[in-house]
Design a protein around this ligand. Sequence first.
Ligand code: GLC
Length: 676
Amino acid sequence: MIERFTFGTTIQTGAVVQELEAAPSGAVMQFGTLCSSSPFKWTYRMDRGDMVFGLGEQMKGINKRGGLYESWCSDVPNQDEFTHSMYGAHNFLIVYNGSRFNSICFALFFDSPARVRFDIGWSKEEELAVSSADTGLDVYVITPAPDRLESELNDVVRQYRQLIGQSYIPPRWAFGFQQSRWGYKTEADVQEVVDQYRKNKLPLDAVCLDIDYMEQYKDFTVDKAKFPDLASFSAKLKEDGVRLIPIIDAGVKVQPGYDVYEEGREKGYFCKKEDGSDFTAGVWPGESCFTDFMNPEAAKWFGMQYKKLTDLGIDGFWNDMNEPALFYTKDSLQAVFDKIGSFAGQNLDIDSFFQFTPLSSSTFSTMEDYKSFYQTVNGEKIRHDRIHNLYGAMMTKAAGEALRTLSPDRRILLYSRASCTGSHRYGGIWTGDNKSSWEHLEQEIKMLPSLNMAGYLYSGADIGGFGEDSTRDLVLRWLALGVFTPLMRNHCAWNGRNQECYAFGDTEDFRSILTLRYALLPYIYSEFVKAVLSGGMYIRPLGFDYPEDHHALECEDQLLVGEGIMIAPIYRQNASSRYVYLPEAMTKVTWQRGKITTEEKGKGSYFVSVALDAVVFFVRKGCLVPLAKNAMEAASSADIDESKLGFIGNGTGYRLYSDDGFTREISKLSIHTVGR
Ligand code: GLC
């Protein structure tokens, strides 16, 4: 059951698709205490064993207890466990305790475009407090259905997902491997990447184009000196099974004569300062304007700009810097110059020196700047900070809707950096700028199931890490997790060392892992689509399917992938083995260079070895997992032959969803049982 409570005057976020009548004002929420409705604050006294799941893209554990989290879309390349806000804002959480005398399970969704703070036993160990200083908000309270056929945890997620609508489904090729790097500057650079993959028999479906393909970082332009004929280049690569995925940034360069800027300015489509002039801030191209995506006309206009690239044969995009990230404004920069100037010639002591050192980075995405511009909501001027979390989400929506118009019969790939509940219907996300660190590999294991709860099924982290230098073993172990993530993309920054699958030599190890992805493609695509259609989670914590098993509930480094697979990735350097917990009997599967070995295991804990060039996963009791037989010969997803499947596991049949890979007509009718 879902109940809705409204507090204050709300701004519609577009997150939910079901219209539920709000409880009469003054109605009491079944759980916790409403301390204040304006500003909003709700608290709940947690029992010792209560667990809290959710919040989508956030740091720390699958169980979010003991942390402070804030929904405030932020550009946070230096994220660690003390980072409270990430690129996305996903205000969904579940409180669960199955071991209480009266077991507890309820979920909450705080539908707000503003900053929301979740203090989950951080200030006071036993208190969960949710607060928001601004605007009104809707709170949805979800309790398990009495007649459910699954665990309470899976049930409340499914109800939530029905509330917020069906998640985005990309074309099938987007489940193939993608190679990216900030620093592939020219057609020759990209061709070299493709050639290396092909030469080393490493399957590949796409190469991302980062900001270097543009003319002076101007959206919807192509630098002719670097890519003389993008249309023929993209057509040639497509013949070879490789797609190009260009980046689109939120900031539009201020430059007289640049058509996108001129038109946006003339029509008044950019965010405005209080005095009505265009708000500008520095990003990659220098001074830039920001489309007011809350204005439907402006959003449509920006969306239709993608045509400039779809006309060149492009059918995939990534939207970036759309928190929006702001490097500086003219005013903030001037203030810093003035301040720095005032230190010149001074004898800097402990106080003044430490005022001086952070100055140069103090202009990044400041609250002051977010408070200095306005957007148009239903014709009314609303200050940006009150609806900040919607910026990237509305950019995704604008692109998603336009791409549907531009390509009514074929799905187009779209993923974004910033997100807010609602944008999950229009595109996927990658989890932003991580680092080449083992901690960030481990973090992805914890983030993925939370993203799935929140409806972001098409997601994944930068494999190998974005910032800093990666190592060979890190890329291999990260790929072994990436085999199971819908978005499987190796990406890194311009100043990191090369981390493509051919960059470290002995490519057979990399080929071994990549080919498993292609062998599992029919399963991954099918499980992904089935999860989307049913509002389920493609990737789940163990405890969601084994809630009676406390060990499974507390397990934070193993995941369920689709109906039939459990994974236990290695995420420590120099670890050749790890403990794996089996909540029931399973088939242990080792994939190494195309060879499969299986072993039946009973419930219990095992110390399992995994060679660097191998992937070990487990097939659940009573399940059958299909594998494409020709994966070792496939160069891209187009080569995978779904009519020739082998099967692992002791189930009797597998329900396979399959289609042409691009139709927009996705239907349960395309699910057929296949088997040995
Ligand atoms: C941002 C993105 C990153 C990209 C870079 C340059 O930092 O998150 O993925 O490579 O910008 O465009």
